[in-house]
Design a protein around this ligand. Structure first.
Ligand SMILES: [Zn+2]
Ligand SMILES: [Zn+2]
Length: 277
């Protein structure tokens, strides 16, 4: 199973980091987790395409994680010539968000249906709203969900994807909590969105300080990874985004608390986890 960090950015615009998203390739089954800024471009860079998606998983409805979902929906529609249905899974509220996206796209859908004979129906999308604890499958990938902690954003969920005995935890924006512990327990890779608490604390302005309340710091992510016995920790959605010369310092902060491998994500960094059958 390949875990491709298709977007390692945050809401802060960055020329080298697309918005938050991760692509999981389990054999031919491609699953996208979140759909931040530029995701379709990065999927192309990862050898994927919305038309190849067996499913899209949404962790929460913060704009940085979903602002390019309309591009995923439209590109899937055009590339499949509406012959397949895009399956989207997310917390309660996802169906309403997708419905509103489709309303926003109504004019475009009308133009394309009028212009292209093969298109007659508009995007085929099915949304499944999930409760924490739901378990389901997409192809031969088994998916477990749990509640995460990102208040006042509610509800938020994280995912554990298992394929051929290998497990990846993709938990989104969250502080450490029981749900993350459950999802990341013994995982081959635990992907965590993080900030550097020591740096953000020094930033001016109330809004910078607000974000400290509902994200994991690098140290907390490493402590979680150690506590639950994850094999690797992958850091993404880093605030503030480090330059490569700062990576060793970020990694050192994590390895002070966690013995396993620590990966700092660049866009298209790929973590391959071997089958554990
Ligand atoms: Zn968020
Ligand atoms: Zn975020």
């Amino acid at each position: 199973m390949d875990i491709v960090l298709t977007g390692t950015g945050s809401p802060l615009p960055d020329p080298d980091r697309a918005g938050p998203s991760t692509l999981v390739k389990a054999g031919d089954t491609h699953i996208l987790v979140d759909a931040g800024r530029g995701v379709v471009m990065r999927m192309a860079g990862a050898g994927s395409d919305p038309a190849l998606l067996a499913g899209v998983l949404i962790t929460h409805l913060h704009s940085d994680h979903i602002c390019a979902l309309n591009d995923v929906i439209t590109t899937h529609w055009i590339r499949t010539r509406e012959n397949t249905t895009l399956q989207i899974y997310g917390p309660v509220g996802t169906a309403r968000f997708v419905e509103r996206q489709l309303h926003a796209l109504e004019d475009d859908i009308g133009y394309r249906v009028e212009h292209h004979d093969p298109l007659v129906k508009g995007p085929q999308v099915e949304v499944t709203e999930l409760e924490p604890g739901d378990v389901f499958s997409i192809g031969d990938v088994n998916i477990t969900t749990a509640a995460t902690m990102h208040a006042p954003v509610r509800p938020t969920i994280g995912f554990r994807l298992e394929h051929e005995g290998a497990a990846a935890a993709l938990v989104g924006d969250t502080t450490p909590c029981d749900g993350v512990d459950q999802l990341a327990a013994g995982a081959d890779v635990y992907v965590q969105t993080v900030l550097r608490r020591d740096i953000v604390e020094l930033l001016p302005g109330e809004m910078a300080q607000d974000i400290l309340e509902y994200h994991s710091g690098v140290v907390e992510a490493a402590q979680t990874a150690a506590r639950v016995g994850a094999k690797r920790l992958a850091l993404t959605h880093m605030v503030p985004a480090p330059t490569p010369d700062q990576y060793p310092e970020w990694i050192a902060r994590a390895t002070a608390h966690f013995d396993g491998e620590v990966v700092i994500g660049d866009d298209l960094t790929t973590i391959t986890v071997e089958p554990n059958t």
